[in-house]
Design a protein around this ligand. Structure first.
Ligand code: FAD
Ligand code: MLT
Ligand code: ZN
Length: 492
């Protein structure tokens, strides 16, 4: 197996290898087309969105019902076969693809909407529903999904819950820990934990569903989700501004909270390197709508119920920013097409970064005043060791200012241990020193399994391991991910 590819990770001897009898069993519980063994058909399930992580699974299961998931999992548990749950495979930390020969269980065929209550705005659905499909369904009924992200056309709601995805509007609509009302989950032994509650309030005992939100497939498979969805805003407005410094980005943020308060729905920033990559990779259609180029850009979105009132507020906010010389230039979208076009400047950044030979992605939470210092320090460091402008192409910063969440991306000609060693552990040490989190929203997956100690104490990790041991005693669920391997040195 890929010994050299993932140095330090060895295939678990506690897990068995797949046999032809296993395939026969899977075919007895699932329709033949739901058991994929053909090599060509397997490849897209074995490789992640970035094409950075590649596993060698020889079977992918596509169950349609919770009962089928339960039968498959119970069997894998008995047989000690490793399992990787997979949704839309848009994850960015190598969590959704196998490392070795684990069985992939995909939620692709579990895509039914179970119910929607127009009075309360609660939706219940299968875990494999695509986020954008759910949002379109709700749009027709005057509601919206409380989360939105660039991968909405492919990611599954189960994957979103499993990674506790944040996204572009967390600052307004909150995290999935608040909007998920209930979950249906299958435990490794096949037990179906039916907690598809639609209640807003339920204080009977431990809130077990919270354990699965952000568990990245290490505790079981989420098969159903019940969510509280907000009313779709009648008016959405978007402005883009250009700024000279990150201090001014912060001043803009404070003023946005002050002047836009209850209608503020997104506050995103990116730097000129990110803007340059989007221009380069997505062509003239994505030219800067501002009169010239700036070191920083901020996209501000408002959502409310009265478009005249909201537009007046947004215009007043922009006037104040220009008057006080906080921003140098700004533009307000005049219609839906312009709104989409301004948003695309932000949403296309991950794709533009991924066009390089290699992209090193870091997703950290840091107190806002220090948010961009990491990008500057990293640039300095990579220049000092002679890599910037050579193997390293760009050091890029963008992210969700409203949530104190920076995406630091480093593009390079190829993945190379020299580059990795120049970035890590420096980036994690820097983040820990500034009381940040090394995994703000993308999760730990394979990439950061060994790094959890930079953000969590030994006693917290110990309790997490005990929970894992209790629910998944044979360690079949998403092995090699999330937790540091026991034979390796733990960071703290
Ligand atoms: P996958 O990639 O298939 O899986 C992700 C993890 O969840 C894996 O560990 C997998 O084992 C587990 N998993 C999946 N389904 C289940 C299930 N049913 N039960 C148990 N475990 C499961 N993330 C953000 O937080 N904010 C963003 O703004 C954001 N933007 C993105 C933009 C782009 C262009 C891309 C490519 C990714 C972005 N992401 C973002 C990453 C984000 O984690 C994923 O997009 C999304 O939440 C993962 O959903 P998925 O269905 O693709 O899951
Ligand atoms: C984003 O905010 O665009 C996503 O989290 C994806 C990324 O970081 O590249
Ligand atoms: Zn993000």
């Amino acid at each position: 197996y890929t010994k050299d590819k993932y140095p330090g990770i060895e295939r678990s001897t506690a897990l068995n290898q797949l046999s032809s009898e296993d395939i026969t069993f899977f075919k007895s519980i699932l329709p033949p087309t739901s058991v994929i063994t053909d090599e060509d058909d397997l490849s897209s399930y074995n490789v992640d969105w970035m094409r950075k992580y590649r596993g060698q699974s020889s079977v992918v299961l596509l169950p349609k019902t919770t009962e089928q998931v339960a039968k498959a999992l119970a069997y894998c548990n008995e047989r000690r076969l490793g399992v990787v749950p997979q949704g839309g495979n848009t994850g960015l930390v190598g969590g959704g693809v196998p490392v070795f020969d684990e069985v992939v269980i995909s939620t692709q065929h579990m895509n039914g909407i179970r119910s929607f209550d127009a009075a309360s705005g609660t939706i219940t659905c299968d875990a494999g529903c695509i986020l954008e499909v759910l949002d379109n369904y709700l749009a027709e009924r005057g509601y919206m999904m409380p989360l939105d992200l660039g991968a909405k056309g492919s990611c599954h709601i189960g994957g979103n819950v499993a990674t506790n995805a944040g996204g572009l509007r967390l600052l307004r609509y909150g995290s999935l820990h608040g909007t998920v009302l209930g979950l249906e989950t299958v435990l490794p032994d096949g037990t179906v934990l039916d907690n598809m509650s639609t209640l807003r309030k339920d204080n009977t005992g431990y809130d077990l569903k919270q354990l699965f939100i952000g568990s990245e497939g290490t505790l079981g498979i989420i098969t159903g989700v019940s969510m509280l969805t907000p009313k779709r805003a009648k008016s959405t407005n978007v402005a883009l501004v250009g700024l000279e410094s990150f201090e001014k980005v912060q001043e803009t943020f404070h003023m946005a909270k002050d002047m836009l308060s209850e209608i503020l729905s997104a506050f995103e920033f990116w730097d000129h390197k990110a803007a340059g990559l989007v221009r380069a990779h997505h062509g003239v259609g994505h030219k800067d709508p501002l009169t010239s180029q700036y070191p920083f850009y901020v996209l501000v979105e408002t959502q409310g119920s009265d478009s005249e009132h909201d537009m007046a507020k947004l215009n007043g906010f922009l006037e104040k920013l220009l008057e006080s010389s906080i921003v140098d230039d700004g533009v307000v979208a005049q219609d839906d097409t312009q709104i989409k076009s301004l948003w695309s400047l932000r949403e296309l950044i991950p794709e533009a970064c991924s066009k390089a030979g290699a992209v090193y992605k870091y997703d950290v939470s840091i107190p806002v005043p220090k948010l961009y210092t990491l990008v500057e320090d990293m640039r300095e460091r990579l220049a000092a060791v002679g890599l910037l402008g050579q193997q390293v192409e760009e050091v890029i910063g963008y992210g969700h200012v409203g949530d104190g969440n920076l995406h630091l991306n480093i593009t390079a000609t190829s993945y190379d241990s020299k580059v990795t060693q120049a970035i890590e552990p420096y980036v994690y040490e820097w983040t820990a020193k500034h009381a940040g989190s090394i995994s703000a929203e993308h999760g730990l997956g394979l990439m950061k399994a060994e790094k959890i100690g930079y953000s969590k104490s030994p006693s917290m990790i110990h309790l997490m391991r005990q929970i894992k041991q209790l629910i998944d005693p044979h360690g079949i669920m998403n092995p090699y991910k999330y937790f540091p391997s026991t034979h390796q040195h733990q960071h703290q």
